[in-house]
Ligand binder design. Structure first.
Ligand code: NAP
Length: 300
């Protein structure tokens, strides 16, 4: 069976067009411009490319956006005071601090300092708690993007056996929590989570109707580990080399070539989950702006 390709790039593009229209309307009808600041500490090349893509998208959608670059040796105190400044800035509705931060800064302290009503990454404990109990709040962008991908690709999730490989706080754990919830349009699945202490990963992956892989290991899931007709969401982004022109060569956590022969549908890397993550950040910022302006919003 040749798998259908679930294109995050195309679905992302559709959602960005919808958001662009919504931003235009918010400006015209309510004089409201969604505002996003992305804070980058240091010059880690992967982080630079992520924030550049986020800023470019924010700009394309018509946001008020600020790229705030800070030196690698900024003190924790100075970074906390910068966050306090943006917490108080009425033009800013979303604050994103690009992770990872240098070792001398406590990431937890920084995330906790962001006003939960501006936490468009969905990492603040207040938003994590709301997600767990199913209250409106900011959903973390990558898991949220996966839900939207499944929905727009027309995958039946209710009642499905979902297997998640990976249990990180930013991907595996939240996506498992969201998919097990009695929520619409995507949820109500029976979810199994695998990690490095799982005795027999293949036993679980072979049972999956929907397999979500966020292991951070290149091509760790191979064709012999999945059943015919599975839907595969590959979250992994692994840099496995560089082209002669100096561009990174990427691959997922799934061995695309062998798995696509058995899967009903699969996301590619790149062009799958990656673009959705940025798009959901934009969506969260629009919802944040509406919420601050007292308009109906998905984040409450
Ligand atoms: P992470 O924090 O390194 O977590 C990896 C998880 O996978 C851990 O829970 C680990 O288990 C588990 N694991 C690793 N190898 C395994 C194996 N062979 N079998 C079963 N479980 C295994 O990674 P992450 O932050 O979730 O990211 C995962 C991948 O997604 C990375 O490639 C990352 O670059 C990518 N990513 C992409 C996006 C995007 O927008 N496309 C966003 C975020 C992350 P233990 O807990 O036991 O160690």
């Amino acid at each position: 069976m040749a798998a259908k390709i679930i294109s995050g790039k195309e679905i992302s593009q559709q959602i960005r067009e919808e958001l662009k229209k919504e931003v235009q309307e918010l400006k015209e009808k309510h004089g409201l411009t969604p505002g996003l600041v992305t804070i980058l500490v240091g010059e880690n090349p992967a982080s630079v490319s992520y924030v550049t893509a986020k800023q470019r998208t924010a700009h394309d959608l018509g946001f008020y956006s600020i790229q705030d670059n800070q030196p690698e040796d900024i003190t924790e105190e100075a970074l906390l005071s910068l966050i306090d400044q943006y917490n108080k800035d009425p033009k800013i509705h979303g604050i994103l601090v690009q992770l990872p931060l240098p070792k001398h800064i406590d990431e937890k302290k920084i995330i906790h300092a962001i006003d939960p009503r501006k936490d468009v990454d969905g990492f603040h404990p207040v938003n994590v708690g709301k997600m767990v109990i199913g209250e409106p709040g900011f959903l973390p962008c990558t898991p949220h993007g996966i839900l939207v991908l499944l929905d727009r690709a027309g995958v039946e999730v209710s009642g499905a056996e979902v297997v998640v490989v990976g249990r990180s706080n930013i991907v595996g754990k939240p996506v498992a929590i969201l998919l097990m919830q009695k929520r619409k349009p995507v949820g109500n699945a029976t979810v199994t989570v695998c990690h490095t202490a799982t005795k027999d990963v293949t036993f679980h992956t072979k049972r999956a109707d929907i397999l979500i892989v966020a292991a951070g290991r290149p091509k760790v899931i191979t064709g012999d580990m999945v059943k015919e007709g599975v839907v595969v969401i590959d979250v992994g982004v692994n840099r496995i080399g560089t082209t002669p022109e100096g561009k990174a060569i990427l691959c997922g956590d799934v061995d695309f070539d062998s798995v696509k022969e058995k899967a009903a549908a699969i996301t590619p890397v790149p062009g799958g989950v990656g673009p959705m993550t940025i798009t959901m950040l934009m969506k969260n910022t629009v919802e944040a702006a509406k919420s601050w302006a007292g308009l109906p919003s998905e984040v409450g």
